[in-house]
Design a protein around this ligand. Structure first.
Ligand code: 5GP
Length: 185
């Protein structure tokens, strides 16, 4: 296996805790660069433009696609999300490990365009736990939650397409395992 830093993609169902794992990991290792995606979703309370996401409108997202500026993009629960290509390539070329936290459709696109990428599936400890997390966030409408559960069922079945599975039993353990996979520690 190559020791050269490479692209790592963390994916899995919505609500499984991807962003919590990533936040925990970056607190200990701020040098791990996480791509900031563009999205047409409206900011949630506390989210800042350019930090969690670049918040754009539909026209701006159309232009990003048309100009080939996205490494991958997908529609998730009615909003579009995409990874800006240039910054990812620039970081990889300079030898930095790069992490994407994206949905399954995006992970599949990355596997096609960058087969050397390492695809990591974050699985919930159980289906019941995933439902609890998805319904407990309290920021989305019942329709959005139902849509996310439907998507999550499909996404769980995709585990076998990934190089590695990490089960999210403890944020600390999973963050450490992810760092090891990225050869950061
Ligand atoms: P949320 O709206 O909860 O922040 O994110 C919803 C879903 O979109 C999550 O599963 C998240 O991983 C995914 N996501 C975030 N950014 C991107 C991206 O750039 N591309 C793709 N394909 N999915 C993304």
């Amino acid at each position: 296996m190559s020791e050269r830093p490479r692209l790592t993609v963390l994916s899995g169902p919505s609500g499984v805790g991807k962003s919590t794992v990533v936040a925990h990991m970056r607190k200990a290792h701020p040098e791990v660069w996480l791509s900031v995606s563009c999205t047409t979703r409206k900011p949630r309370p506390g989210e800042k433009n350019g930090v969690q996401y670049h918040f754009v409108d539909d026209d701006q997202f159309d232009k990003l696609i048309a100009n080939g500026e996205l490494l991958e993009w997908a529609t998730f629960a009615g909003n579009r999300y995409g990874t800006p290509r240039l910054e990812v390539l620039r970081r990889l070329e300079s030898g930095e490990p790069v992490l994407l936290e994206i949905d399954l459709q995006g992970a599949r696109q990355v596997r096609e365009s960058m087969p050397e990428a390492q695809l990591v599936f974050l699985a919930p400890p159980s289906w019941e736990e995933l439902v609890r997390r998805l319904t407990g966030r309290g920021t989305e409408s019942p329709e959005v939650i139902e849509e996310r559960l439907t998507t999550a069922r499909v996404e769980l079945a995709a585990e076998s397409e990934f190089d590695t599975t990490l089960v999210n039993t403890s944020v600390e353990d999973v963050a450490a395992e992810l760092l090891a996979l990225m050869r950061v520690v």
